[in-house]
Design a protein around this ligand. Structure first.
Ligand code: PEP
Length: 252
């Protein structure tokens, strides 16, 4: 059985004082021997602070993006090797905001997954359809295209050392959560797509749901057989909300 994973995505939010207050509140409840894989993915300038606060705790940390390149003339980029120096265990790749605002293609997202694995970091590979794509009935075609780009770039063997996050674009930051049935249908499809290449890997890869997860809906989502936890945006900035989501994962 796969264990649950709960990851906070702080996006472009935070301050030294606010981060400290938030993390200290989480540490008051989350134990060192946390049975839920739990992490916060923070803006890169805060990695040193977050490492100092979380080292030795039951909460890991990570970044929200990385470069496909290891080093060189790539102004503004941050490499996997650099993230490792700050103790990052996770990195989000292919988030829909990277895809839609910064023009990242399926191939770029998959290339970042490969770069993260080369650096020894667990990538959280985000996939998901827009509202127009869902309404046009092309959800599965979009998910297949995104997952296939990863399968082409990395292959199925070894995918269990990464994480997939199903994040319907229409549910991210909108307060409109996918129903548990919608999340399950999409995530079972993703697992099946990987399973067509490697059944054992498909059974072990964690697939998270992301998109307006909050205390009020986490338990219902996490009860689904193919929902192995959550990628949490807005609610990860509020200690009580994030803790309630972590508790819902703990209870499964
Ligand atoms: C996200 O940022 O990946 C996300 C799912 O955001 P939210 O939980 O705010 O919808």
């Amino acid at each position: 059985m796969r264990s649950k994973v709960v990851v906070g995505n702080w996006k472009l939010n935070g301050s030294l004082a606010g981060n400290e207050a938030l993390l200290k509140a989480l540490l008051r409840e989350i134990p060192r021997d946390n049975p839920v894989a739990c992490a916060v993915c923070v803006p890169s300038p805060y990695l040193a602070q977050v490492r100092a606060l979380l080292e030795g705790s039951g909460i890991a940390w990570g970044a929200q993006d990385l470069s496909r390149f290891d080093q060189g003339a790539y102004t503004g980029e941050v490499s996997g090797r650099m993230l490792v120096e700050f103790g990052c265990r996770y990195v989000i790749v292919g988030h829909s905001e990277r895809r839609s605002i910064f023009g990242e293609t399926d191939e770029v997202a998959a290339g970042k997954y490969v770069a993260a694995r080369k650096a020894g970091i667990t990538p959280i590979f985000c996939v998901g359809e827009t509202l127009a794509e869902r309404e046009a009935g092309s959800t599965q075609a979009v998910l297949a295209r995104q997952v296939d780009a990863l399968l082409r770039a990395y292959g199925a063997p070894g995918l269990e050392r990464g994480v997939i996050a199903y994040e319907p674009v229409w549910a991210i930051g909108t307060g409109r959560t996918a129903t548990a049935a919608q999340a399950e249908e999409a995530q079972a499809f993703i697992r099946g797509r990987i399973g067509a290449k490697d059944k054992a890997v498909a059974e072990s890869v964690p697939i998270l749901y992301g998109g307006s997860v909050k205390a009020a809906n986490a338990a219902e989502l996490f009860a689904m057989p193919d929902v192995d936890g959550g990628l949490i945006g807005g609610a990860s900035l509020v200690a009580e909300e994030f803790l309630a989501i972590w508790r819902a994962a703990l209870a499964r």
